[in-house]
Design a binder for this molecule. Structure first.
Ligand code: XMP
Length: 513
């Protein structure tokens, strides 16, 4: 049976992924596509509904993104959001103009309770607005279904043609009843039944993987991170002993992490993954000796990882399939993104074609991170692994500023372990997006006992973020920072100063390199 789907057409708004995630939270599968994907492709996909995103442009701009107005004749319901609402109006003969007063932020909107989008929504509801243009007059056949004090058309609909539009953003959490509105669109307007659930995803993926792999052999690079762990366990459930997982310990993991990964996924653990651990610490340290430049370090770690993996793969012999832990944001970003490379991210799942295999399997390529986590829980992976904070592929290599040495790795591992332990003890871990210690390349003078010291400063970082694209520095309780500082300077040899990073992203990044 074909899975029902809503498609989001991306007109350059910041919230394109968020819209798709919200629709999926309504248990309806949703994909993001560029606004100019073309009508034939859309027809082929047979979506139950289409959502136009917002965007920074004005519909009258020369280079503004537009789709053809025939899209409204496909008989598929359309919901326009912000720029998408203005575009709908503009293409169908309404007028759009610069609003005398722009609206940004929480705004009270009066909505028409009889409108399909606003069923069971309060007549006065707080929505998130962010616009300088607005719809002045609606196209023929439309009626106004929402307004604010300064915006005459905060929402409109043409029920006969199944076309709906809102000037505000129902997808952001600040729009109090936004989820209800999106759910009204996907269920009441598009007639979806809600067949996107993680248990059925796991079940159908296992079936598809089995059919695809047959009796073939499968190789997976396992890092112990959420994505590769979920991918490996999914594959193992599907093809059992045909799967081999290689875990490369590059010596840049957190304290005890290599052993913890082995304990869960190795021969003594809960799964049957043909787990191979490669202890390649010395190789990585040798390659990194004398290298200080962050991008050079990232490249060396990435390349060395591939070499080690390749050697292991050769020992295993030829394989038919290679597993990659690609997830949906990577797919969207590689398809649509044009952003500058700030850092060359190295994901241990991302291997080039150095290994002799026939095909790549990307079992998670349709999932957002929260869905990967839910799939992990469905597969019985322990919660503490499923909800781990992100850890970069190059590991501590990018948390040691300047040259990486075995001695510095040990210092940062010890300090980081103390920091993490105290954060959990204080019960603040759940509120943080990510927190870790990084070793600065700065030594300074201190006094311990009666003696002079000249040791490293360690930096502590804790950020609040949900998307990791932007972040705020967290205000940790002073007692916690004090306790961590005391313990680090007393227990970790080589450190005499502890600094807290108060910078957000931007202007800083979350990791130090
Ligand atoms: P930045 O430092 O770019 O990090 O603000 C954003 C998020 O990405 C993680 N990160 C990485 N993840 N490979 C990864 O898999 C990498 O090379 C890498 N570099 C950064 C970082 O921990 C944060 O969560």
């Amino acid at each position: 049976m074909k899975r029902e789907m809503i498609i989001v057409l991306d007109f350059g708004g910041q919230y394109n992924q968020l819209i798709a995630r919200r629709v999926r939270e309504c248990n309806v599968y949703c994909e993001v596509h560029p606004y100019n994907i073309g009508l034939d492709k859309i027809k082929e996909m047979e979506p139950k509904g289409i959502i136009f995103t917002g965007g920074p442009n004005s519909v009258y701009g020369e280079d503004s993104p537009r789709c053809s107005k025939e899209i409204f004749d496909l008989g598929i319901p359309v919901l326009g959001i912000c720029y998408g609402s203005q575009l709908m109006s503009y293409l169908l003969g309404g007028t759009v103009k610069t609003a005398p007063v722009s609206e940004f932020g929480h705004t009270e909107v009066q909505v028409e309770p009889s409108a399909k989008l606003f069923q069971e929504v309060s007549p006065e509801t707080v929505c998130w607005m962010s616009h300088t243009d607005y719809i002045e007059t609606v196209p023929e056949g439309f009626r106004i279904t929402g307004h604010t004090l300064v915006c005459p058309v905060a929402a409109m609909e043409c029920e006969a043609r199944n076309l709906y539009a809102v000037q505000f953003h129902p997808e952001v959490a600040h729009t109090k009843e936004g989820m209800k509105m999106l759910s009204n669109f996907v269920y009441n307007v598009c007639g979806c039944v809600g067949d996107w659930k993680m248990d059925s995803f796991v079940e159908s993926s296992i079936k598809e993987i089995r059919e695809k792999v047959g009796t073939g052999r499968v190789l997976c690079a396992l890092s112990g991170g959420v994505d590769s762990s979920v991918a490996a366990v999914l594959l193992s459930k599907a093809v059992g002993k045909q799967l081999t997982c290689v875990f490369v310990d590059h010596g840049l993991l957190r304290k005890n992490e290599g052993d913890e990964v082995e304990a869960v996924f190795g021969p003594e653990g809960h799964y049957d993954l043909n787990f191979i651990r490669v202890n390649a610490q010395d190789r990585f340290y040798a390659k990194l000796a004398g290298v200080e430049e962050p991008e050079a370090k990232r490249k060396i770690i990435g390349e060395e990882f591939i070499r080690v993996f390749e050697e292991e793969a050769k020992k295993i012999g030829s394989v038919d399939f290679l597993v990659q832990g690609t997830i949906y944001p990577d797919v969207i970003e590689s398809g649509l993104g044009k952003s500058a490379v700030i850092k060359s991210h190295h994901n241990v799942g991302g291997l080039p074609d150095c290994v002799d295999f026939k095909e790549i399997i990307e079992p998670l390529r349709l999932l957002f991170k929260d869905e990967v986590r839910r799939a992990g829980l469905e597969l019985g992976i322990p919660e503490y692994l499923v909800y781990r904070q992100p850890f970069p592929g190059p590991g501590l290599g990018v948390r040691i500023i300047g040259e990486v040495t075995a001695e510095k790795v040990k210092i940062v591992q010890e300090a980081d372990a103390i920091y993490r332990e105290e954060i959990v003890k204080a019960g603040v871990d759940k509120s943080l997006g990510q927190y870790f210690a990084a070793l600065t390349n700065m030594r300074s003078v201190g006094c311990m006992g009666d003696g002079r010291t000249y040791d490293y400063a360690i930096a502590l970082r804790a950020v609040l973020t949900s998307d990791f694209m932007t972040a705020e520095s967290a205000e940790l309780p002073w007692e916690v920072l004090g306790k961590v500082t005391n313990r680090i300077v007393n227990e970790v040899k080589g450190i005499n100063r502890v600094l807290y990073d108060c910078t957000g992203k931007p202007p800083a990044t979350i990791e130090f390199e």
